[in-house]
Design a protein around this ligand. Structure first.
Ligand code: NAP
Length: 484
């Protein structure tokens, strides 16, 4: 595999109870930039997932009893190892996922920042004492790790989506079983290699890789030892997994799909809005859950904004993520390209116009960065999560109307607005039915902030001081006879 210096980071089998597990059968991982075979990976299934949950169960109690400062020190060592191997981890990520190398390096640093954040939070899991209702009682609250956590994560951030869950889980004193997406298992396995190197005790961090997601998912949502299930992926899959979790009344965190509005008011700094939009729309070739999906532009500045965007998009470098100057890599698969093309074609048939797109390499799964004008909130590109480098511009005239249009979606993950009117900034951000609102900014996620959505975008928060609560149970201690 091109340019990866530390070959031991290229792991091709599941990691369970501190051991690399051979499998009878394998599946292929291919580079979406050129279709080349990267690895034949051991295909694990329900049996391996069960073994991982049982190993996690055995390891968790001792880990929970380990002083928080020791857990934090191990997490910091893991963080340091990730940064020490940032270049190799990023190359591996680009090879299997396609994003430009600079973005992949950013993802490794971003994932590691959650490990550092939660290592620091691990030592601040405070309880409460509450004034009791009578003189003979004392009321105490302690927080305890939920236990064994199962997780399933997608291919668009193969490192960070998994690490962002594992870090708070381990910091809280939980044990963790991960199932990464079958398209991108190598990044997760490399992180497991580093966990082993820094001496994380066996069984605490397990990675099960395989193509039978429903079978592995059934174990991770329904095994009696699973106490919490954390998912990032599409809303359709999330609903199915939530239903599976309901049977055992498991705690859940669901980071699901989005359909982010990006609102540009007529008082906005248009150049800043273009810079923000390029980041919010075209990062990872438009394959992020917080990608701006519907770009509402005030009609007074609509034409000027469209012109600026068309010329900015024409300058984007498209190609293999490992090539110098690439800003837009391939999509994850040909199926993804076909889906984006279908949404664009439907919208063109409904009256949208294509104002700009660029040529793409003939080999690999590319879709040209595209600007659509004359779009309405009812068209196919507005109703669906595009998950590709397509920017649909919708004109609007009125503040309350654009709020209503922005909220007219089943999703509620991220929203963006550009305005220099402080009153409007507050009015609109308070009215938007979204878990996160970025104001005059195109990149909103960081470890200090609570990431998550409302409505069909899910529940739970990742990062911030709230993120640890997702992995802790509250226990109330009632002490009686205290007046004698
Ligand atoms: P997906 O189809 O839901 O797949 C995500 C994960 O679920 C993969 O690991 C997949 O495994 C697994 N999976 C699929 N069907 C399953 C089943 N029946 N049982 C158990 N596991 C199953 O999502 P995607 O299309 O790959 O990912 C993109 C979606 O993720 C978008 O909707 C995006 O908005 C969302 N996302 C959300 C966030 C957030 O934080 N809110 C962040 C990133 C992405 P296989 O790959 O092995 O099939």
């Amino acid at each position: 595999m091109q340019g990866i210096l530390d070959k031991q980071l290229i792991r091709k089998t599941s990691f369970i109870n501190g051991q690399w597990q051979d499998a009878a059968d394998t599946f292929e991982v291919r580079n979406p930039a050129n279709g080349q075979l990267l690895a034949e990976v051991g295909n694990a299934g329900a049996d391996e997932a069960t073994a991982a949950v049982e190993a996690a169960y055995q390891a968790q109690k001792a880990w929970a009893a380990t002083p928080a400062a020791q857990r934090a020190a191990l997490l910091m060592a893991w963080h340091d190892a990730m940064l020490a191997h940032q270049e190799d981890l990023a190359r591996l990520l680009t090879l299997e996922q396609g994003k430009p190398l600079a973005e992949a390096k950013g993802e490794i640093a971003y994932g590691a920042s959650y490990v550092k954040w939660f290592a620091e939070e691990a030592v601040r899991v405070y309880g409460d004492t509450i004034p009791a209702p009578s003189a003979d009682k004392r009321v105490l609250v302690v927080k305890q790790p939920v236990g064994v956590v199962g997780s399933i994560t997608p291919w668009n951030f193969p490192n960070a989506m998994m690490v962002r869950k594992a870090a708070p889980a381990l910091a809280a004193g939980c044990a963790f079983v991960a199932k990464p997406a079958a398209e991108t298992p190598l990044s997760a396995l490399a992180v497991a290699e580093l966990a082993q190197r820094v001496g994380l005790p066996a069984g605490l961090f397990n990675v099960v890789v395989g193509t039978d997601a429903p079978a592995i998912g059934k174990v991770l949502t329904q095994h009696p030892h699973i106490r919490k299930f954390s998912f990032t992926g599409s809303t359709a899959t999330g609903k199915r997994l939530l239903a599976q979790c309901a049977e055992g009344v498991k705690r859940t965190s669901m980071e699901l799909g989005g359909n982010a509005p990006f609102i540009v008011f007529d008082d906005a700094d248009l150049d800043a809005a273009i810079t923000g939009l390029l980041a919010a729309k075209f990062r990872n070739a438009g394959q992020t859950c917080v990608c701006s999906n519907r770009i509402f532009v005030h009609s007074k500045v609509y034409d000027a904004f469209a012109d600026k965007l068309v010329s900015a998009v024409a300058g984007l470098g498209i190609g293999d993520g490992l090539a110098e100057g690439t800003q837009i890599g391939p999509l994850i698969s040909q199926g993804a390209v076909d889906k984006v093309a279908e949404l664009v074609n439907q919208s063109l048939a409904q009256g949208a116009q294509c104002r700009g797109s660029a040529p793409v390499p003939t080999e690999g799964h590319y879709y040209p960065p595209t600007v659509l004008t004359g779009v309405s909130n009812a068209m196919a590109v507005s109703r669906n999560e595009i998950f590709g480098p397509v920017a649909p511009l919708i004109p609007f005239d009125d503040e309350s109307d654009v709020i209503a249009q922005a909220n007219d979606s089943e999703y509620g993950l991220a929203a963006y607005l550009y305005s220099r009117d402080i009153g409007r900034v507050f009015r609109v951000s308070e009215a938007l039915e979204y878990g996160m609102v970025a104001v005059n900014e195109g990149i909103l996620s960081n470890a200090a902030a609570p990431f998550g959505g409302v409505k069909a975008s899910g529940h739970g928060r990742e990062g911030s001081r709230y993120g640890l609560d997702d992995y802790l149970d509250i226990k109330y201690l009632c002490l009686g006879g205290m007046d004698k």
